[in-house]
Design a protein around this ligand. Structure first.
Ligand code: FCB
Length: 471
């Protein structure tokens, strides 16, 4: 990979603080494959991807990027890129196949080997305990709308903490509980594919409870140096106009998209306006005395996943929120306006200011809390050219713009400690299957051959320089 160029004129112009964590991120179901190995049972994503019409081309994670069998090579790739941190997720049904009872040692062994391999390569392991692959048996028992699932999650957390607790630096309880609750149970675009507004709101609360319970378990069992965190996909929201009606539309979506997690986790309270907005759907009686105290256990950092912002209005213009809506009824009279400018292959607008806006908001609302950008990246229609190269200049431009936004936030006093690029490898992009490529390393899924894209070389250079040269 590119060596550090120490000549002053080529040193990074946008230099990040010493010790800044340069990472890549993945998730178990999206890369591991080996879906039936070592006693692993189906997760809700195995079931959902087998349900006709749910995932593009009928793709499943059965083989994915075959990472379970190629892990040492994939870690070597990261070592060559010079990343300092790797964010992976632990597959619950691989580690505790029925979602109850003892651990499957073969499952835990994979993660023990992964952590060993990372440490030997000088890469800090960052483990996420839940990145959407609920054991199907727990869904059959009611899934996240049932309170017991939160208890099951804290038990599972204890098993993983027991196996990896001494060597994993950073622990993230949940990845994007908003997606798990509102896409999984609200509009059914994600597994398990249910469409019920009350179920989505119950699921959101039980995710919060699971997070709080797991945080307690981790605090009890891990060394005091361990960092305990949560990753949210906070929505960067802008009103279409400055009218009171459009600003109120932002307030509604902010409540059901952001404050539904931020307020319980960081302030131990439910957002009152959310309770009012959703009164026709639920009375929130599933929140029991003492829950919010558990949910608000102190954290060491917050992870933010950011891809693009949303422009919100009070209806009349823009497209109404899709039906069924993920917003649990709280979006009544709200419309989402199409954003101007370029888009990625996902159709998501490219707008790095949204990341800056979120980071500065969190600086003001949660002063003193270190932040990590735990996901950011872009899908483009990459292909290997006849000489075997993958040129992805749009991805490089996307990443450069977003890293510049992170740098600007740091200059403006936001305590951002690291950036995790989504994703190391092309992978199973949920409902889009293998049709969307987010990797900085290209995967030919037929041969499983890995090809380093231009963006990976570019990222290695950024890491080596400790920042960006000005465009
Ligand atoms: C996030 C998910 C991640 C990936 C990216 C593109 O919402 O956490 O697994 O699919 O989107």
């Amino acid at each position: 990979m590119t060596a550090v160029d120490a000549r002053p004129e080529t040193m990074a112009a946008l230099r990040f603080p010493a010790g800044f964590r340069w990472g890549t991120a993945t998730a178990a179901y999206q890369i591991e494959g080996a879906a039936a190995e070592g006693g692993r049972t189906p997760s809700i994503w195995d079931t959902f991807s087998r349900t006709p019409g749910k995932v593009r081309n009928g793709d499943t994670g059965d083989i994915a990027a075959d990472h379970l069998h190629r892990m040492p090579d994939d870690v070597a790739l990261m070592r060559d890129l010079g990343v300092t941190d790797y964010r992976f997720s632990v597959s619950w049904p691989r580690v505790q196949p029925t979602g109850r009872g003892p651990a499957a040692e073969r499952g835990l062994d994979f993660y023990r080997r992964l952590v060993d391999e990372l440490l030997a390569a000088g890469i800090r392991p960052v483990a996420t305990l839940y990145h959407w692959d609920l054991p199907q048996e727990l869904e059959d028992a009611g899934g996240w709308p049932e309170r017991d699932t939160a208890h099951r999650f804290t038990e599972y957390t204890a098993l993983v903490a027991g196996a990896l607790g001494d060597r994993v630096a950073t622990w993230t309880t949940l990845n994007e509980p908003w997606c798990g609750a509102f896409l999984g149970y609200g509009n059914g675009v994600h597994a398990p594919g249910r469409t019920s507004h009350p179920a989505a709101l119950r699921a959101a609360h039980h995710f919060n409870l699971a997070h709080g319970g797991a945080t307690r378990v981790l605090r009890d069992r891990l060394p005091s140096t361990a960092e305990i965190s949560l990753t949210l996909n906070l929505h960067a929201l802008r009103p279409l106009t400055d009218s009171p009606a459009d600003r109120d539309a932002v307030r509604r979506i902010d409540a059901v998209g952001n404050r539904i997690f931020l307020d319980p986790v960081f302030h131990g309270r439910l957002p009152e306006d959310l309770v009012e907005d959703t009164a026709p759907v639920t009375d929130w009686s599933f929140v029991r005395d003492g829950d919010l105290e558990i949910v608000s256990a102190p954290l060491d950092s917050l992870g933010i996943n950011y891809y693009s912002p949303s422009v919100v209005s009070a209806g009349g213009s823009g497209s109404p929120s899709p039906s069924p809506s993920p917003w649990a009824g709280a979006e009544e009279r709200v419309a989402f306006a199409p954003a101007a400018g370029p888009r990625t292959a996902m159709g998501w607008p490219v707008d790095a200011d949204g990341l800056y806006e979120l980071l500065t908001r969190l600086r003001d609302e949660l002063p003193g809390l270190p932040l990590l950008v735990t996901e950011n990246g872009a899908a483009y229609d990459d292909y290997a050219d006849p000489s075997g190269q993958v040129h992805d200049p749009e991805r490089v431009a996307y990443l450069a713009a977003h890293l510049s936004a992170v740098h600007r936030a740091i200059e403006d006093g936001v305590d951002v400690r690291g950036y995790f690029l989504w994703s190391l490898l092309d992978n199973f992009e949920w409902a889009q299957g293998y049709s969307k490529r987010f990797g900085i390393v290209h995967v030919d899924f037929a041969s499983q051959r890995r090809t380093v894209k231009d963006s990976a070389r570019w990222y290695a250079d950024v890491i080596a320089r400790g920042g960006l040269t000005r465009p």
